[in-house]
Design a protein around this ligand. Structure first.
Ligand code: SAM
Length: 328
């Protein structure tokens, strides 16, 4: 079986694919400098190009694919994209990250097309706070999407909450308590400083140590063993609870030594790391029908040993673009 190694011996097995760089919500932390502004769609790979890029990825050793964006469900052909990827030999884990607003009608077709699991972003359980963070989003739509994901068997349903001081940190316990009765994974993610966001980030960043302290006020946290090919979350559970609490620490404790990811942007650039600017452009080769293997090898060799994301160490002007641009 083919293996894709970087210079530091890490095996690349996971490809995050952004299928679109526009979104129907406008969370300020995701589109630095553009919050609440409409976003015009830039060039995006066709379904055929996405499928060919992933077929080659499978040949070089990628086993796990997550579709993201922007908002992947705004693409009209998303069900067909999922269907085609699910047929690719070697891809044994296919998942998707969404804000859930369009999931009510799409969860069941996506599951039928071969989607296995889903992550839904949800930063507030309070409708007016939700509206504020997302610049006008409707909490009801995402909650309906979560229900639809359960009904379609897209389990485990994982909820991503970016925890921000004085914006939603007061809701952490409420999120955590959901795991007591429901088989749901709540993943608390540290707010990362993206390009041009350093001041806002300093104001609202909350380290995982403090998020865990908030969760511990609900009940004792017991560590849960990590699964194979699992992401960077450190998982815990309350005694007797059915669901799981995950903590993701891109800032306070970056997980680069175990990173097995490459990213493909919606316009066809392979990125070795969220925080590295070196990209390999697949589009010319996709358009000319050239073999893509070499491009994956090049991207893997570009992967840095680690990326310290804090503004103090990376310098104020060198932050990455917003997640909406790269694919979160
Ligand atoms: N639209 C989809 C969604 O809302 O999940 C997929 C794309 S979104 C960029 C993917 C994830 O990135 C979301 O969970 C979002 O909260 C997270 N994200 C975006 N900007 C972030 C930041 N500055 N720090 C931490 N997480 C961020």
């Amino acid at each position: 079986m083919a293996v894709l190694l970087d210079t530091f011996g890490r095996k690349m097995e996971y490809l995050r694919v952004s299928v679109v760089d526009s979104c129907n919500l406008r969370c300020f932390y995701c589109s630095p400098g553009q919050a609440c502004k409409p976003r015009s769609l830039r060039r995006q790979l066709s379904r055929e190009h996405i499928v060919r890029a992933i077929s080659t990825a499978a040949k070089v050793g990628i086993r796990k694919v997550r579709l993201t964006g922007g908002e992947p469900l705004v693409r009209k052909d998303i069900v067909s994209i999922v269907h085609d990827i699910a047929q690719i030999p070697g891809i044994n884990d296919l998942s998707l990250t969404t804000n859930g607003t369009l999931l009510k009608d799409l969860a069941s077709p996506l599951a039928a097309a071969g989607l296995k699991r889903i992550n839904i972003s949800l930063d507030s359980l309070d409708s007016s706070n939700f509206e504020q963070i997302t610049c006008g989003g409707q909490l009801r739509a995402t909650m309906d999407g979560i229900d639809a994901a359960f009904a379609a068997g897209l389990t485990p349903v994982k909820i991503n909450m970016v925890v921000m001081k004085n914006l939603n940190h007061h809701e952490v316990e409420r999120f955590a308590k959901l795991t007591k009765e429901k088989d749901i994974h709540i993943r608390f993610i540290e707010y990362m400083p993206m390009l041009g966001q350093d001041d806002t980030w300093r104001k609202h960043y909350l380290p995982t140590s403090e998020i865990m302290s908030l969760c511990s006020t609900v009940s004792r946290l017991e560590a849960v063993e990590q699964e194979e090919l699992n992401g960077p979350a450190r998982n815990f559970r309350y005694p007797e609870a059915v669901g799981i609490l995950g903590f993701i620490t891109p800032v306070s404790q970056h997980f680069c030594s175990n990173c097995n990811r490459l990213r493909l942007t919606s316009d066809g650039k392979l990125r070795p790391c969220l925080f590295a600017a070196e990209e390999v452009d697949l589009l010319p080769a996709l358009e000319s029908g050239k073999d893509l293997v070499h491009y994956y090898q090049k991207a893997a060799l570009n992967k840095p040993a680690n990326s310290d994301v804090s503004p103090a160490s990376r310098g104020a002007k060198k932050g990455p673009l917003g997640m909406v641009d790269i694919g979160g």
